[in-house]
Design a protein around this ligand. Structure first.
Ligand code: AMP
Ligand code: ZN
Ligand code: ZN
Length: 411
């Protein structure tokens, strides 16, 4: 290489390196904050009264996509197939007969003069079982409940770090927004186990029946909120193991499918604790034998048992809060006192193995393989699944286990 050539090359290189005299300054270096690697959270969503066959109405693209990404099943609720007993079972892993929440309405000789209703937050009714949020909080896993029966109750183990007093007027959109806002928090006070609850499908089912366009509209609305929720979480970069459940299904009613208690039992012999899809009765003192004899002759579509003789498959009758006698109507029938009205469209509370009482179950997320539809399992197995997802050892006592999910869980 000649000296002249070297000089020319050097000049050319230096010309390249130096900024041209009148061009714009180079952009400042950008220091992108590294995207936070968020640990997966677990979100349990209850859609009250959502029957698994509602997924075939063509209005649930988001829930169907979720099922395709993970696992789904027609889950068997616990008896009685009512809201409070089953929500408590889902988070305690105990059947109602052991969890203490044996019905939506209860009496207890140890809590004299009081009646348990769905508005009761006196811990004496709730303290026989520990919901998963207590074990989670004790293990340092922050929890937050955008409604769940019992989550507003101050138990000995405390409450979720964040909880909301139930208010049916808080819109579905607001419920989703609260969950997303909780997850916007910095990692130090961000929950890792959350719940959400939607009541509109159950309400439409009671008012108009499971086959009504109103139920289909409610199903579409809740599906779109779940779509919004997933989009918001994706935008946040928040991985989530989603477990979507229902507490029970819904059976259609008809005015001619009502059996009146007075038609086969003398009201002088009993008091009614609850009536509808089943009736629970206590004998008037000294009238036990008369009542038992009358109930033994219950008419078609109703079967009655003394609490100690309830068929074993219902797992019901050993708890002191279960009244002395249970009369169970066939699905779609009601057994009621003379003045009771009950809903007109649909109800639940029937035999927990009735096909109409099956409950929605879908789970998907980073911890779950897409193995598709699972055989029917009991809802006592959901709490063990939640423990697996949040990394807690299995608890005791419990009535179920995580067997149905073992092939689907990434470990
Ligand atoms: P059910 O009578 O079994 O159909 O109960 C369903 C109703 O329970 C819903 O329509 C809600 O109004 C009510 N509910 C659900 N969650 C709660 C709660 N955490 N506190 C009080 N009421 C509730
Ligand atoms: Zn319910
Ligand atoms: Zn209901």
């Amino acid at each position: 290489m000649t000296r002249r050539l070297i000089a020319a090359l050097a000049l050319a290189l230096s010309a390249c390196a130096a900024p041209p005299p009148h061009s714009a300054p180079p952009p400042p270096p950008t220091f992108l904050a590294p995207q936070e690697q968020r640990a997966p959270v677990t979100l349990l969503i209850s859609i009250d009264g959502f029957r698994p066959d509602y997924l075939t109405r063509g209005v649930t693209p988001n829930l169907n996509a979720l099922a395709a990404e993970g696992i789904s099943a027609a889950m068997r609720p616990s008896f009685p197939s009512k809201t409070f007993p089953n929500h408590w079972t889902l988070v305690t892993g105990l059947r109602p007969d052991r969890s203490g929440i044996v019905a939506n309405r209860m009496l207890d000789a140890k809590i004299p003069g009081k009646v348990f209703t769905m508005a009761t937050d006196d811990p004496r009714w709730w303290s026989e079982a520990q919901p998963i949020w207590i074990a989670a909080e004790a293990a340092g896993i922050r929890t937050a409940t955008m409604f769940w029966p019992g989550s507003n109750v101050l138990l000995a183990g405390g409450r979720p770090s964040d909880w909301m007093q139930f208010n049916e007027h808080i819109s579905n959109r607001q419920r989703v927004d609260v969950v997303v806002d909780w997850l916007r928090r910095p990692a130090s006070n961000r929950p890792r186990l959350l719940t959400a609850y939607f009541d509109l499908v159950d309400t439409a089912g009671h008012d108009f029946g499971p086959d009504s366009p109103q139920v289909t509209a409610a199903v579409a609305e809740v599906d779109s909120q779940i779509g919004r929720l997933r989009a918001e979480l994706a935008a946040l970069g928040q991985p989530v193991n989603l477990v979507v459940v229902a507490d029970h299904g819904m059976a259609a009613l008809a005015p001619e499918r009502v059996v009146r208690l007075e038609s086969f039992a003398d009201p002088a012999d009993y008091t009614v604790v609850e009536d509808g899809p089943f009736a629970t009765l206590n004998p008037v003192a000294g009238h036990d034998a008369a009542l038992a004899a009358a109930l033994a002759k219950a008419p078609a579509h109703v079967q009655c048992w003394a609490k100690g003789a309830i068929p074993a498959r219902l797992h019901y009758g050993s708890h002191p809060r279960v009244p002395a006698f249970l009369c169970l109507a066939d699905p779609g029938w009601q057994v009621m006192g003379a003045t009771s009205k009950g809903p007109t469209g649909g109800t639940h509370g029937f035999d927990n193995d009735a096909p109409e009482m099956r409950a929605l179950f879908i789970a998907a997320g980073p911890a779950i393989r897409p193995v598709g539809k699972l055989p029917t399992f009991d809802n006592v197995d959901v709490e063990p699944l939640l423990r697996d997802l949040i990394g807690l050892p299995q608890g005791t006592p419990r009535d179920g286990d995580d067997t149905p999910f073992r092939a689907a869980l990434k470990r």
